[in-house]
Design a protein around this ligand. Sequence first.
Ligand code: SF4
Length: 335
Amino acid sequence: MLPGDGHERRLSTPHRPADYTTRREVPELTTPCQNEGDAIMSLQSKIEWTETTWNPVRGCVKVSPGCKHCYAETFAERFRGVLGHPYADGFDPRLVPDKLLEPLRWSAARTVFVNSMSDLFQEQVPDRYIEAVTTVMLGANWHTYQILTKRAERLTTLLTTTLRAAAAARHIWWGVSVEDKKHGMPRIDHLRQAPASVRFLSIEPLLEDLGALNLTGIHWVIVGGESGPGARPMQASWVNAIKAQCDAQGTRFFFKQWGGVRKTTTGRVLDGRTYDEMPPRRSIPVPTRGVREQMLHDLAAVAQGWSVTPLLQVRAQIMPVPSCFGTMTDGTGLL
Ligand code: SF4
């Protein structure tokens, strides 16, 4: 059964146009969007720095200039009104509890971009739902998870309180988006304050020279230019300045793309080579199918604890997390 068939939980605040919501006149399927569409049939992502995507939340509300040409919105709005499609509600924010347990079903370890089509920490997502997502990540710890947000303040607040176990887990990487100085620098400072084992920046779309960067406590930096119709240009000097600071401060550097209207023609070569550095990923054996089925059974309440009110507002009615998962840590002793 495909998601989008009535099992989703729409968030209380639907998507509303804001200053950053100029939509492309000619929607195109950029690489990440194709990935999400492909994910219906395939787990393989085309995003350069991950392997697959997992979207227990869909849709979002724009918050800053980096959102102007949001690929997720471009993709989702193409399918608004298409009955039975996962994005039949377009980019309206909504929970997808049917997807919550998905990582437990994957039989191979993967690097997973969490919420490639949304922002887990957007205001409408209840704390308890975010806790449910992290409960699954702590349980299925043979995967590596990458969480990226523009809501850095909330990220830090939760990682220092209810999500401390997830913050300490080395297989969960926490990142913030940075597109310019005004919006990006405060996010970096918030992230640095979070007690996360692995912190990263996605500097994409890079919209201006960021100047001096304090990369203390930042383990990984991704840089990329905007792609698709109307793409805002990125200058090589901006990229080189970031790379030089990563080199000087010992931060791993990943160059994703130059971008532009046709990203396939501009590629991702910088100074004659590609840069694909990443934090180390742990290798943890995938539990047997029987063990994973038991975990699915134990965590069923996490996904079933959400219901829809007549107003389609989310109510956090999540069941208590089974004790075996509540005590789980980043250690290798899964069971
Ligand atoms: S925060 Fe991310 S997912 Fe949400 S609108 Fe902005 S770019 Fe899109």
